[in-house]
Design a protein around this ligand. Structure first.
Ligand SMILES: [Zn+2]
Length: 480
């Protein structure tokens, strides 16, 4: 069941407007003329807008030194590329997923998750080079032109079938751009370009092979497929292809950079995995240590913690409870704003307090495509911030969920338990080996909070039994 609240459709109208400017543009990498529905200034505008949304939704990793480091590696390659004048930017986002993506026009993102799996500066440069390649070869522009055509198709469908309108609103434009999938040919071309850019910057392309090996191992293991692989279809055997590129390439006279130790020291202290300070579940209870609240979802419900909201769905999948932020607007005002939305009918509201905090709880009915839904919209203020709790079901079932919804809303409370408030994330820590040892021995001497197989993965090793020389830096993951 989806409840469709009217959203700003500015992004869409801009995209539709762009269609008036169909143009034939020259691809900067191939030199070929190709049909483009997006001009360069539109490409830049869309990318900047999407970058802003990506940074807000996913969060920028709060380490300015690390941000400057990644920027300093990416920028010279971008400036030396076929499109040096784009507003390039390089940002580490606070996301445990193993992922990297480029937005149209130059904003480029790597997750802290993928950094944890890298073992040299050259590996990082190979990923940055690949993503720069997607931008210089205008892969997203040609994809966007295709998706705009798809959207036009939807607009056509809307006129005939109004219930399809919801799909026009699904997901923001930024999300669409972030999860844009390229074809195998585009991926191969991005690999080719990444190889070219990294070697031009005097990095050892053998490290590109290492990066692909790690990604392949990560997806082969019990771990879920890394995001970067799911949005980047494997263009055949990337390891072999890179070796072929190396064989065909004229090695320059000077030394090639790998910079293993320099990179590893940069990521010493990097947060690893989910950051519990940004909210975690213990059975049905959701705790948010940074915002100092807890919220109980009904027992047996399936729950999900996403960056912008926490949600629970009933076992029968016929009721939903969603907790999100309503900014700094006072509860009564936030409630009336909610009720003023088109299609929403107020059944009554009351201003009261929930566990000592000012709150407005409103009952509503709304017409959706499939049915009339009914439920509660509660707004609770704590420490100057207002939280919104939406609880709704089909109108015919509201009487059976009424008590459940009230119970959930009434569970919102301040957390004082210091064990919850002081919860800490796991971090990558580097150890300089005092003597040669295997990873198995390392794990005994310097225990990690993750299994040995995963430890091998993040250290770029395919075996825990091969010996690592004295003096080398090895990653461990510790819960502090
Ligand atoms: Zn790619």
């Amino acid at each position: 069941m989806t409840l469709n609240f009217p959203r700003g459709s500015g992004a869409f109208s801009r995209a539709a407007l762009g269609l008036l400017l169909v143009a034939c543009a020259t691809n900067p990498v191939t030199g070929k003329r190709e049909l483009s529905l997006v001009s360069e200034s539109q490409e830049i505008q869309m990318g900047l807008q999407a970058a802003k949304e990506a940074a807000t939704q996913m969060g920028v990793y709060p380490d300015s030194q690390l941000q400057r480091y990644v920027n300093a590696l990416g920028m010279p390659m971008a400036k030396a590329s076929e499109r040096p004048d784009l507003p390039w930017s390089f940002t580490v986002i606070d996301d445990p997923m193993v992922n990297a993506f480029a937005l149209p026009g130059g904003p480029l993102f790597v997750t802290r998750g993928i950094l944890a799996y890298m073992n040299s500066e050259a590996e990082l440069v190979s990923v940055l080079g690949h993503e720069i390649g997607h931008v210089t070869a205008k892969h997203s522009v040609s994809q966007m032109s295709k998706s705009q055509l798809a959207q036009i198709g939807l607009v056509g469908a809307m006129i005939v079938k109004p219930e399809l309108q919801q799909f026009g609103n699904l997901g923001s434009q930024a999300l669409g751009l972030m999860f844009m999938k390229f074809g195998r040919d585009d991926e191969t071309e991005a690999d080719d370009l990444g190889f070219r850019y990294m070697t031009k910057a005097s990095y050892d392309p053998a490290e590109m092979t290492e990066m692909f090996r790690t990604l392949a191992r990560t997806s082969a293991g019990s771990e879920s497929t890394p995001e970067w692989l799911s949005t980047h279809p494997d263009p055949g055997n990337r390891v072999n292809k890179t070796q072929e590129r190396i064989a065909a390439w004229t090695r320059p006279a000077g030394a090639l950079k790998v910079n293993r130790d320099a990179f590893l020291q940069r990521i010493d202290g990097l947060i690893f995995g989910e950051d519990p300070r940004q909210g975690f579940f213990q059975q049905q209870v959701f705790y948010h240590p940074q915002l100092r609240f807890r919220f109980d979802f009904p027992s047996g419900w399936r729950t999900q913690n996403a960056p912008s909201q926490v949600a629970g769905v009933s076992t029968a999948q016929d009721a939903i409870v969603v907790l999100s932020s309503a900014g700094a607007t006072a509860p009564a005002q936030a409630a009336s704003q909610f009720m003023s939305q088109q299609g929403i009918q107020s059944i009554g509201s009351s201003n009261n307090s929930i566990n000592g905090m000012p709150a407005t709880v409103a009952q509503f009915r709304a017409q959706t495509e499939q049915a009339v839904i009914a439920g509660y919209a509660a707004f609770i203020q704590m420490d100057g911030a207002t939280y919104q709790i939406l609880a709704y079901t089909d109108q015919s079932r509201i009487s059976s969920y009424d008590g459940v919804f009230r119970g959930a809303i009434g569970s919102f409370q301040r957390v004082t338990d210091t064990r919850v408030l002081s919860v800490k994330p796991q971090r990558v820590r580097l150890v300089k080996l005092p003597s040669a040892m295997t990873l198995t021995q390392f794990q005994q001497q310097y225990p990690s909070a993750i299994p040995l197989e995963q430890l091998a993965l993040i250290n770029g090793l395919d075996s825990a039994t091969s010996s690592m020389p004295a003096g080398s830096w090895v990653k461990r993951v510790v819960a502090e």
